[in-house]
Design a binder for this molecule. Structure first.
Ligand SMILES: [Zn+2]
Length: 142
């Protein structure tokens, strides 16, 4: 069973379990209106590390042009993730500021505190190995 937060057309919020993600949303228990799952709370059996920061929207389009319920949903996702990161610091990953993330740094961003020369050399090696197309980052960023 998948536990979702739903919001109905009237703005009521409620939580309900559905069999699968493809299951139809249950009607709102308050008013019976059609409900939509909220992005905030996709949880499997109530235990999850939450949404990685990389999966959170970074653009105005990603939050439906600033729709308040979408923003509120993502705010809750972020807060839940922060609580998880406080308990499990390894989830937070590398939070240093990204200085460069394009070109040779597309696969592994250059971060504040990195040795620029070494980072450039390893980025170029990666770039050569993949024909310059870039590749998904692997391994830890430390
Ligand atoms: Zn309702």
């Amino acid at each position: 069973m998948v536990l979702y937060d739903f919001t109905c057309a009237e703005g009521h919020r409620f939580e309900a379990g559905v069999a699968t993600m493809a299951s139809p949303a249950p009607p709102c228990p308050s008013c019976g209106a059609t409900a939509q799952p909220r992005p905030a709370a996709v949880r499997l059996g109530g235990a999850s590390a939450g949404t990685p920061r990389e999966a959170m929207p970074r653009s105005w389009e990603g939050v439906a042009g600033g729709d308040p319920s979408v923003l509120d949903g993502w705010r809750q996702v972020a807060q839940r993730r922060e609580r998880e990161e406080a308990r499990h610091p390894e989830l937070a990953g590398d939070r240093r500021p990204v200085l460069a993330h394009e070109g040779v740094f597309a696969a592994k961003p250059l971060r504040a505190g990195d040795d620029v020369g070494a980072a450039l050399a390893s980025a170029r090696r990666r770039s050569d190995a993949t024909g310059g197309a870039g590749s998904p980052a692997t391994g830890s960023a430390s």
